[in-house]
Design a protein around this ligand. Structure first.
Ligand SMILES: *[C@@H]1O[C@H](CO)[C@@H](O)[C@H](O)[C@H]1NC(C)=O
Ligand SMILES: *[C@@H]1O[C@H](CO)[C@@H](O)[C@H](O)[C@H]1NC(C)=O
Ligand SMILES: *[C@@H]1O[C@H](CO)[C@@H](O)[C@H](O)[C@H]1NC(C)=O
Length: 648
């Protein structure tokens, strides 16, 4: 407080005026600044040989004709603050006297300063000899206004307007003294100028005496104002300073006519093919966008204003698309058109000549393939997934059963990543050909049935018949129902037979050109290696691929699936082997016994080692025998297992 007091005194020194009334010399500041509701300190300094006898403070509104009012009285007897005055309870005065410098002071403190306190405060000093002196100070009140609030005009403003149009409104509240508003565009202050800028300001003094200032900005907008930033700035005084605050920045919407139209095609840089979805978009360089319409081959098209959507395009959709704009900003004279060319590429269905062919063996055939396209194509022929030839023509020479099958012609348009295919079936006439063997599927352990498969090629497609008979009695067994499976060139026939006894299965394939048959013996309880059904199918595939090896005249060679030989004389051999083995064991036993007796056999070792030895001896024997004949080894092991080791 004292610091502030000193500061005020020092600041005041520059403008200090010395007023002398009669004899007493009184010094006061011209003006004291204070914020509304703050505390004001007004000092009154006098030069006297002794302390003042009487001090009176008055107030006086500015103006010559205004009368002064006493608010405070002081002498050596009493101190009076005028009761009922607006200052009762708000003021206090502090007195001091410094005899060394012959200087005294009276400091008037006003609390809770009001706008109505903006007036002159007069200090009147009287000495003992009734001389007097006076000084006065103007109290200046300040109130910082609210932040300026800017509002743009929401609608678009046309550059075609001839007079300045209102673009924004700015408001600032509760300032004192009156604040000022300045408009800015892109950091440059705007000044009123004829025909270009107009600023309209409204001032309101509220009941509490504070100012509200509103300002409207009018300009003649230009296209460049589209990106301009407008704001208002408020300048106001605070005690001892000038301050300013800026509003936020706003854009304005500028309307200007379209002078140029651009057309975009989406997808932009890809070739368009039939079935694609294409977007044609028009854009004017004006704001707002004009109204657009589209025509194609003279026909109006319905569009979503600036966007024309073409779904599932056809080649007939190729051609020129015209986009026309109507700008209401300038009236209908301002029509602008722009066009764009679109090519819809295509690849037609593949045509193969002939569409189907039946050949005699040894005949030649040439197949031609073509597909119409708007772009260069690549043509290739395939069979069974592999490419045979590149080009339109496929030549088949000296037709055989292997020539038969399904051929595929593929046409691609590399630049469109488009491909179309067409199959063509080629059949080769001939009497049936049964491939290689009757395939035997894996044994179904549950009911001891196996699947027999017979595959016959030929055209016309052969029919397959099965004959099953008992191998021993020769009696026929009614064949089970067959399952047939047609391929491009032949027929699979599958039956499921119960292998309870040894059977002979015969597969007969016939068409009008001839008959072929194969037969095969099926062992009872056929011990087929456990293969999966998948293995069976690979076998079938193999049969097909090696079919060229089959001879045509005789029935193809039959090969039995791998299994243990079970010949009729087998049992005799086994008995002989067992006898030999027993003999060998007897000899071995006696040799061992002999060695043991002679003490050559290391028996006096620890029990533990004995045990391991014991175990090993079994294996030793088996290994030894194995070097001879494996079949014997197996048997011997069996005997050993039963009889235990001879060392026991
Ligand atoms: C406001 O403008 C008036 C007139 O130009 C000027 O006298 C006054 O000092 C200004 N007030 C502020 C706070 O800048
Ligand atoms: C046609 O094929 C048959 C059997 O494959 C062969 O014997 C004959 O030589 C072939 N003829 C020609 C002209 O290649
Ligand atoms: C035999 O063929 C039948 C019918 O095709 C099939 O359901 C069955 O699984 C096959 N059996 C074996 C063991 O492959």
């Amino acid at each position: 407080m004292t610091l502030r007091y000193i500061a005020l005194v020092i600041a005041g020194l520059g403008v200090l005026t010395c007023k002398t009334w009669a004899m007493v010399d009184v010094n006061m500041e011209d003006r004291v600044d204070v914020s509304l509701k703050g505390q004001a300190e007004i000092s009154c300094i006098y030069n006297l040989e002794e302390q003042a006898k009487m001090i009176v403070w008055f107030t006086k509104l500015p103006g010559r004709d205004q009368s002064r009012r006493r608010i405070y009285y002081y002498d050596d007897q009493k101190e009076i603050i005028e009761e009922g005055s607006e200052y009762a309870g708000r003021i206090s005065v502090t007195h001091s006297y410094d005899p060394q410098n012959a200087r005294g002071s009276a400091l008037l403190i006003i609390n809770n300063v009001q706008l109505s306190d903006q007036k002159d405060f007069i200090c009147s000093i009287h000495d003992v000899s009734a001389d007097m002196g006076e000084g006065h100070t103007r109290l200046q009140i300040f109130n910082s206004p609210s932040l300026p609030v800017i509002e743009g005009v929401p609608k678009g403003i046309s550059v075609t307007e001839e007079e300045p149009s209102k673009v924004a409104h700015c408001k600032v509240d509760n300032g004192y003294p009156r604040p000022n508003i300045t408009w800015y565009k892109d950091r440059f202050p705007l000044q009123q100028s004829d025909g270009e800028v107009r600023i309209a300001e409204f001032e309101t003094i509220k009941a509490n005496g504070l100012f509200t200032i509103e300002s409207d900005l009018y300009i003649r907008v230009q296209r460049t104002d589209e990106h301009a930033l407008f704001y208002c700035e408020v300048k106001y005084f605070v005690p001892g300073a000038l301050k300013m605050t800026e509003s936020k920045e706003i854009n304005i919407t500028v309307h200007y006519p379209t002078t140029e139209v651009t057309v975009y095609v989406n997808p932009p840089d890809r070739l368009i093919k039939e079935g694609d979805t294409v977007e044609i978009r028009c854009e004017g360089n004006g704001n707002p966008q004009p109204v657009f319409s589209f025509t194609h081959k003279g026909e109006d098209l319905s569009s979503n204003n600036e966007m024309l959507l073409l779904e599932n395009v056809k080649r007939s959709d190729s051609g020129t698309y015209v986009c026309q704009s109507f700008d209401f900003e300038l009236g209908f004279d301002a029509e602008i058109t722009q066009d764009v060319n679109i090519t819809v590429h295509y690849l037609d269905q593949v045509v193969v000549i002939p569409e189907e062919a039946v050949l005699k063996q040894g005949e030649d055939l040439s197949l031609t393939c073509n597909a119409l396209s708007s772009l260069p194509t690549l043509t290739a022929w395939y069979k069974d997934g592999t490419q045979l030839v590149k080009g339109h023509v496929l030549e088949l020479h000296n037709a055989s059963f292997d020539t038969a099958g399904s051929y595929i012609c593929g046409v691609t348009v590399p630049s469109l990543d488009l491909e179309k295919q067409k199959p063509v079936r080629v059949s080769v006439q001939g009497k049936p050909r049964i491939t290689e063997e009757i395939a035997v599927g894996p044994l179904n352990k549950a009911d001891r049935s196996v699947n027999l498969t017979c595959y016959a090629e030929g055209y016309p497609f052969p029919t397959i018949a099965w004959n099953i008979s008992d191998q021993r009695t020769g009696e026929p067994i009614p064949p089970p129902e067959a399952v047939s499976l047609k391929t491009d060139t032949g027929i699979f026939s599958i039956i499921s037979v119960k292998a309870m006894s040894e059977l002979t299965a015969k597969c007969t394939a016939s068409n009008e050109l001839g008959t072929e048959e194969v037969s095969r013996n099926i062992a009872a309880f056929a011990r087929v290696k456990t293969t999966t059904t998948q293995a069976t199918s690979t076998k079938v595939a193999r049969v097909r691929s090696t079919s060229t090896q089959a001879t045509s005249t005789k029935g193809p060679g039959l090969t039995l699936p791998p299994k243990q030989p079970r010949t009729g004389g087998g049992s005799g051999v086994i008995i002989a082997v067992i006898i030999i083995c027993l003999l060998l064991i007897a000899i071995l036993g006696s040799v061992l016994y002999f060695l043991y007796k002679k003490g050559k056999l290391p028996c006096g070792r620890s029990g533990k080692q004995d045990f391991t030895k014991e175990k090993a001896s079994k294996d030793d024997i088996v290994m030894e025998m194995k070097s001879g004949k494996s079949e014997e080894a197996v048997l011997l092991q069996g005997v050993n297992g039963d009889k235990k080791s001879p060392t026991d």
